[in-house]
Design a binder for this molecule. Structure first.
Ligand code: PLP
Length: 368
């Protein structure tokens, strides 16, 4: 977490610990901090402050977006999502399916891309919500959200995007994206864990998922996490500062990593799209090796990377994202994903490039 984020949060973790709903002085100061944090988030998303709902993170934002819209049920009981959404979306849809909603999962192509035409074909007169993520956490593919939004808007169907992976790397202005709902998670862009945002367009019918004291204009009850909101807002502003330059630098590092891994590691396959890809994201399958074992080898050498989604890392099932892209279960189990940070240097990439071929070779030798 950047020092400036912690500094922004510090007073609200120590001196000013009031409840923003209280009318006394400490409560009022906490309330002002919350109002300021909301305005700053709105300044980045280019929306109204009242359209910003603070939640406990990406999972809750996805739940509130989907359950909240479905249960307000302005149109019908049909929900459309892509097959490569995060589990926070897919499991929420599955929970609604158990309550009688009908869910259509739109397939993706071999790069993990949702075709706007395929999505349009899935829409019905009773479709109440569409959910398509902005960028995929496992393979880095960026979805054509603005195109999908135009289609949804022409039919009056609300669109939710899980933009948890985007801040600091991709633009998140809600007007340009054309979305009605957008989820963010603080810890994905240098903020604290346990705080998130749901943008909900003014006028959109949204039933609360948490009932209680009516905080967040009745849309999310519970005493607000003031320090978390202040930290999230500071981190979002920092992440957005110089986004274009950071993206350009990370893209160059990522391309160096990708091209050399593909040319030096036998059986290496890039997963996801080569062009429509997050600037910091390089993901591979290494034929014939167990991805988890490669991770352990790399970790011993001081490189931390992931296999599938870190949120379902305890699962032995192959990644639902890779299988939706047509990757076999066996190949999906060889997946390794590198995500670069702002601080990563060319020297670190070169060190990884020395380590990866050796790690894969060692794991292959062990398996044979
Ligand atoms: N959506 C995506 C795309 C994610 O990558 C994650 C977490 O990794 C989440 C949702 C869940 O966010 P949180 O961990 O804040 O609940």
């Amino acid at each position: 977490m950047p020092r400036a984020v912690l500094d922004a949060m510090w007073p609200y973790l120590t001196r000013t610990f009031g409840n923003p709903s209280s009318h006394h002085e400490i409560g009022r100061v906490a309330g002002e901090a919350l109002t300021d944090a909301r305005s700053r988030v709105a300044g980045v998303l280019l929306c109204r402050p009242a359209e910003v709902i603070f939640t406990s993170g990406g999972t809750e934002s996805d739940n509130l977006a989907i359950k909240g819209t479905a249960l307000a049920r302005p149109r019908g009981r049909h929900i459309v999502a892509s097959a490569v959404e995060h589990k926070a979306v897919l499991e929420t849809c599955a929970a609604l399916a158990r309550q009688g909603f009908e869910v259509t999962l739109v397939p993706v192509d071999a790069e993990g891309l949702v075709s706007p035409d395929a999505l349009a074909a899935a829409l019905r007169t009773d479709t109440t919500l569409v959910s398509v993520m902005l960028a995929n956490n496992e393979v880095g593919t960026i979805q054509p959200v603005a195109e999908i939004a135009a289609e949804c808007r022409s039919r009056g169907i609300p669109l939710h995007t899980d933009a948890v992976q985007a801040p600091g790397l991709l633009p998140v202005e809600v007007g340009a994206l054309g979305v009605d709902l957008l989820s963010l998670s603080g810890h994905k862009f240098g903020g604290p864990k346990g705080i998130g945002v749901l943008y909900a367009r003014r006028g959109l019918a949204l039933a609360p998922v948490l009932d209680g004291g009516g905080q967040e204009r009745g849309r999310r009850s519970g005493t607000e996490n003031v320090a978390g909101a202040v930290g999230l807002a500071a981190a979002l502003e920092i992440a957005e500062t110089g986004r274009a330059e950071v993206s350009e630098r990370l893209t160059a590092l990522r391309d160096r990593l990708t091209s050399r891994v593909l040319s030096t590691v036998p059986g290496a396959i890039l997963t996801g799209s080569a062009d429509r890809r997050m600037p910091h994201h390089a993901s591979f399958c290494f034929e014939g090796v167990n991805g988890e074992t490669v991770l352990l080898e790399l970790e011993l050498a001081g490189v931390c990377c992931s296999s599938g989604s870190s949120c379902s890392a305890s699962s032995t099932e192959p990644s639902h994202v890779l299988t939706a892209m047509g990757v076999s279960g066996d190949l999906a189990r060889t997946a390794v994903r590198f995500t670069l940070g702002r601080e990563n240097t060319e020297a670190e990439i070169d060190r990884i490039l020395e380590l990866v071929p050796r790690a894969v070779e060692r794991v292959r030798a062990l398996a044979s």
